[in-house]
Design a protein. Structure first.
Length: 148
């Protein structure tokens, strides 16, 4: 009886498509899904940091109440703004460079506020494989208010 059942199960191929799909999904589709997720996280973070740098440059240029105290005020404002959008603690005031300290930004003539944010947060094991070890640099410029 067991021999007859065993022969019948070996000849039955109705579930083979499901098994083949499971092997394909685990080997190709899951890594592809994680790669898309990892790229999305990096792009979202870069976009958030770019917006943070633009807001900080504007705040420093117009002398907003949140940016009092010169460069340190702009740095603090950038950190607090970034913490509202992205992982808290991803950037500190040491990651925010204002005006002359912003060395990776293209030099611009005129009276402008320059803010650069640089982070290598992804150098940890937060994102695996090709997404780890990335440094994100963003620059923002805003014309200073001549009458403020």
């Amino acid at each position: 009886m067991i021999g007859q059942l065993s022969r019948r199960l070996r000849r039955d191929t109705r579930g083979s498509t499901m098994i083949e799909f499971a092997l394909l999904a685990s080997g190709i589709l899951l890594p592809l899904t994680f790669a898309i997720f990892g790229a999305g996280v990096i792009l979202w973070t870069q976009s958030s940091l770019q917006s943070t740098a633009a807001l900080a440059a504007r705040c420093g240029a117009i002398g907003g109440p949140q940016c009092t105290g010169g460069a340190s005020g702009v740095q603090s404002y950038a950190v607090s703004t970034a913490n509202n959008w992205i992982v808290s603690g991803m950037i500190t005031t040491a990651n925010v460079f204002v005006n002359g300290a912003a060395t990776n930004c293209t030099a611009v003539s005129g009276n402008v506020e320059i803010v650069e944010i640089s982070t290598s947060y992804f150098s940890s094991s937060l994102l695996p494989g090709p997404f780890g070890g990335r440094t994100i640099d963003v620059c923002a410029y805003y014309p200073k208010c001549p009458t403020c």
